[in-house]
Ligand binder design. Structure first.
Ligand SMILES: N[C@@H](CCC(=O)N[C@@H](CS)C(=O)NCC(=O)O)C(=O)O
Length: 206
């Protein structure tokens, strides 16, 4: 059984989709980050960077605590044997797109939204993050016009970018003054990923 430490939001959805894809039984443990529960000493022993999501897998060999979305996804893919190829080249490509999705795209989008939503507007920060998000969404569009899924076949690599793109593509497009343009391959991919039962369940709040 896995304890899943979560609070509603895109990062938690990434981990929960992989829990569903892995078919791993799990118990939801809500950490209310609006009330500072992420700083409780018991939670910091699991997630030292005071962020959700995190998991504790109660294995026969003892509990395994994992924090950081990318590490959780890799752990679940490896422990379930699902959505992460063993062939070295395919595995390297899958991990590259997974890490790109969690750190590059997934790191810049929240920064853009922070600066756009903040009351003290910092034009250079908005411009920097808007340009970078547009650039990365174009990188993703180009990739998805060449292959069906980010690493070729559907894999753990699609999950983080799907959650970020589904939530924020239209907002970045609106902010881009036409620079992002049409993204037909991205829309085709969003639809295909959204049809997976695990994804449908989590996106519906399951
Ligand atoms: N790099 C982390 C980021 C996770 C993250 O930003 N979590 C936010 C919620 S979406 C959080 O826990 N914030 C609480 C805090 O910063 O105190 C990951 O990929 O898991």
């Amino acid at each position: 059984m896995i304890d899943f430490y979560t609070y509603p939001g895109p990062n938690s959805r990434k981990a929960q989709i992989m829990l569903e894809e892995a078919g791993a039984p799990y118990t939801v443990r809500t950490v209310d980050i609006t009330k500072g529960e992420q700083f409780a000493p018991d939670f910091l022993r699991i997630s030292p960077n005071n962020k959700i999501p995190a998991i504790v897998d109660h294995t026969a060999a003892g509990p395994v605590a994992v924090f950081e979305t990318a590490a959780i996804l890799i752990y679940l893919a490896e422990s379930s044997g699902r959505l992460l190829p063993v062939d070295p080249a395919a595995r390297a490509s899958t991990l590259a797109w997974l890490i790109w999705g969690t750190s590059s795209l997934g790191g810049a989008l929240p920064q853009l939204h922070h600066f756009v939503d903040s009351t003290d507007k910092v034009p250079s920060a908005i411009e920097r993050f808007a340009n970078d998000c547009v650039r990365m969404l174009k990188v993703q569009e180009r990739r998805l016009s060449e292959v069906e899924f980010l690493a070729g076949e559907y894999s753990v690599a699609d999950i983080p970018s799907f959650c970020s793109t589904a939530g924020w593509l239209s907002r970045v497009k609106a902010l881009s003054n036409g620079a992002l343009g049409d993204t037909p391959a991205t829309h085709r991919w969003l639809k295909a990923v959204a049809e997976r039962p695990a994804v449908r369940k989590v996106m519906a709040g399951g």
